[in-house]
Design a protein around this ligand. Structure first.
Ligand code: CDP
Length: 231
């Protein structure tokens, strides 16, 4: 059977990556977390002193050094999930901190950052058989994807999920700060000039506010089987 391309987009912390990972494992496709790639760009800029304490970005220096950012994913045999590598170093834990979250949306709005990451993403997906999640996968990265899903859930439920995740990892978290961060990221992501977050016209919409992980997994699998049976 022909392997299709699956694009899963949506708001911050709505559980896209859990859905996308589960689906990829179930159908034997590659999973790519495009948000992890923007988080790597942000970590790189922070490590290189390109982001000042007030959050301003040295765009000219960053653009000159953009080609130094190489992101890859390798399966972690212990977790059974892919870990993110920045220039050969495992940065999976470092890119998930609130500090990175607080700088990532302005970084992801920079046109040269988007151009570089979009090119790497299109390269990764050129053979099909891929599930990629993010903000602009069905609109800009793979506008011809055979299956597009747009996921959302209420702000409070999304913040609670992210808060639980951070606390579960042993990070100190403040619910109001998590909620404010995700609202601010959604605002920046939806209003930027290049590839803003928006629902593709041909996307299937899923509000998973009141679905369990098991239920959303089944919903996605049913849609996948419907689509692939029809093609
Ligand atoms: O984990 P969460 O869903 O909150 O975010 P993420 O998927 O890790 O993405 C982090 C940030 O990267 C987002 O808030 C966006 O600013 C940016 N991003 C983007 O611009 N385009 C994508 N395709 C994926 C993420």
């Amino acid at each position: 059977m022909k392997k299709i391309t699956i694009a899963i987009d949506g708001h911050s912390s709505c559980g896209k990556s859990t859905m996308a990972k589960d689906l990829a494992r179930e159908v034997g496709y590659i999973y790519i977390d495009s948000g992890a790639m923007y988080r790597c760009c942000t970590l790189f800029a922070m490590q290189q002193g390109l982001i000042a304490p007030d959050g301003s970005i040295d765009e000219a220096a960053f653009q000159r050094r953009m080609s130094e950012v190489q992101v890859s994913f390798r399966l972690n045999p212990e977790t059974g999930r892919p870990d993110t590598y920045l220039n050969g170093e495992n940065v999976e834990a470092q890119i998930r901190t609130m500090e990175v979250s607080s700088h990532v949306s302005p970084v992801a709005a920079l046109p040269f950052v988007r151009a570089a990451m979009t090119a790497q993403q299109q390269q990764m997906g050129q053979e099909g058989g891929i599930v990629m999640d993010g903000r602009d996968i069905g609109t800009a990265v793979f506008p011809h994807a055979e299956m597009k899903v747009f996921v959302t859930a209420s702000d409070e439920i999304r913040a609670q999920r992210r808060y639980d995740e951070l606390v579960g990892k042993g990070e100190k978290a403040d619910f109001q700060a998590v909620l404010a961060n995700l609202r601010e990221r959604d605002r920046i992501d939806s209003t930027r000039a290049v590839a803003p977050l928006r629902q593709a016209e041909d996307a299937l919409v899923l509000d998973n506010s009141h679905l369990t992980i098991e239920q959303q997994k089944q919903w996605l699998l049913d849609r996948f089987h419907e689509l692939t049976a029809a093609s």
